[in-house]
Design a binder for this molecule. Structure first.
Ligand SMILES: [Zn+2]
Length: 462
């Protein structure tokens, strides 16, 4: 995929690298962070601030956009960039994370209420199934309309899981929506983000080896189907209607690059197998999925470490759903180029203000002998964790009369113009501006962190 990704420099100290991803909507200097624009908006942040903050790329969720406003209107508007005003490179996920995680949360909830209808328990519950129909979930009581997954996202109502994909009922209007590899590709094509993720089954933690292997194999089969879709110049997905080449060109105003997803849960053999398979496919990039789904930080890092040597040297690697500062600093060392996570924006809306002074050198290199001896990624002490991902809880009453800048170590517009007291006041009074100011600052801190990470890699300090 010439021209899409270039590595400019590889650290002499670790697997970290500096590179560049080129899309039709701009260039992304890597390593890079993708703030969540789940429903087509970086929550509370007007798009004109994107440039001030230096946000390079953002991440939209296919499942959410399919349920509302629907992909047809986005396509009609000229794609997600035009529809939302987010004029930067965008990545869309496959919808797999949301549509599969719903199964577990719903069945656990049903199980708790003693009304579960499937005989298996999850995640082992999907073992060997060709098709599971859970009729009691198709018309649940009103209080079950929405359930939240581990990341706090609203989950749709499951109707059917099969080898082919998932059918569920929209939480918005009750419509049945289907996700298959072909549908996911079609939805993502219409959304028009620059980077697409192949449809995958996100394995939940803890999963049995048997289940994780089946989910992994299914993910691989689906990747092949997604690739086939991309290669096909005239897709015929909906209602058997065949699109003309002309329509296809007009519906594809810009290039879209596909990433396959490495799964395998917390099992070393499966992660390696999956990495080998996914990397062997000729996709422009590779993503690592199924991490940060409830396992410990150490386990999450292990999953990346195991496949470190399998990751492509000439293609970008994205880590799905990881964005805690201490994790990022450690995981760029394994060659991760991009990260997406809701953490900085979600914490901002909770009044958690990132501290701008973040040390990126206080972590112990995983290549140090002590760590090799231990055989596992090193643990951070609680003190280290708090120093790396420290934040100020601006809602605390101690800030009520504090007229110092929001963060004296930060040069952002917020910190140059507003005090802790004012931000505290906005949060206590639930003024909407508080969310915007906090989001602006947290993302500014993230972007400056990545500036420093790239610089440190260039100087072989990371
Ligand atoms: Zn600031």
């Amino acid at each position: 995929m010439s021209g899409f990704f270039k590595v400019f420099y590889k650290s002499k100290k670790s697997g970290a690298r500096i590179g560049e991803i080129k899309t039709d909507h701009g260039v992304i200097k890597t390593p890079a962070f993708m703030p969540a624009a789940t429903k087509g908006t970086i929550k509370s942040l007007p798009p004109q601030f994107i440039e001030d903050i230096g946000i390079q790329v953002s991440f939209v969720n296919t499942y959410h956009l399919v349920t509302h406003p629907g992909v047809d209107i986005i396509e009609k508007a000229g794609g997600i960039h035009k529809y939302t005003g987010l004029n930067i490179p965008l990545m869309s996920d496959s919808g797999g994370f949301q549509v599969f995680s719903l199964a577990r949360s719903q069945r656990e909830k049903l199980s708790l209420r003693g009304t579960i209808v499937t005989k298996q328990s999850l995640p082992a519950g999907r073992q060997g199934q060709k098709e599971i129909t859970s009729s009691s979930t198709s018309s649940p009581p009103r209080d079950d309309k929405k359930v939240a997954d581990i990341r706090g996202e609203e989950q749709p109502l499951l109707v059917k899981i099969s080898e082919d994909g998932v059918k569920f009922r929209s939480t918005f209007d009750g419509k049945i929506i289907e996700f298959t590899p072909e549908k996911s590709m079609e939805y993502q094509k219409k959304i028009g983000a620059d980077i697409n993720i192949a449809f995958d089954e996100c394995t939940y933690y803890p999963a049995s080896h048997e289940y994780a292997e089946k989910a992994m194999k299914r993910t691989h089969e689906w990747l092949l189907r997604c690739i086939k879709c991309k290669e096909s110049s005239i897709p015929k997905f909906f209602d058997g209607k065949q699109q003309t080449a002309k329509n296809l060109v007009s519906s594809l105003p810009s290039r879209q690059y596909l990433y396959g997803v490495i799964q395998g849960a917390t099992f070393k053999d499966l992660r390696k197998k999956s990495a080998e398979f996914v990397v062997s496919q000729d996709t422009p990039g590779v993503a690592i999925g199924g991490v940060s789904v409830g396992e410990s930080k150490e386990k999450m890092r292990e999953q990346v470490k195991w496949i470190n040597n399998y990751l492509p040297k000439d293609r970008p690697v994205h880590l799905l759903g990881v964005g805690q500062i201490d994790d990022i600093i450690d995981l760029v060392k394994f060659g991760i180029d991009t990260f997406d996570c809701v953490e900085p924006t979600r914490l901002a809306r909770m009044g958690q203000i990132y501290k701008a002074k973040i040390s990126i050198f206080s972590t112990v290199s995983p290549q140090r002998p002590a760590c090799r001896q231990a055989g596992v990624p090193r643990r951070l002490s609680q003190k280290q964790k708090s120093s790396l991902s420290g934040q100020t809880d601006i809602t605390k009453n101690i800030y009520k009369n504090n007229l110092e800048p929001v963060d004296k170590d930060c040069n952002c517009y917020i910190c140059k113009n507003f005090t802790k007291s004012y931000l505290h006041h906005l949060f206590k009074q639930r003024e909407i501006l508080g969310y915007t100011l906090a989001t602006y600052h947290n993302l500014y801190v993230m972007e400056r962190l990545f500036d420093r990470i790239r610089e440190a890699i260039g100087n072989n300090l990371l």
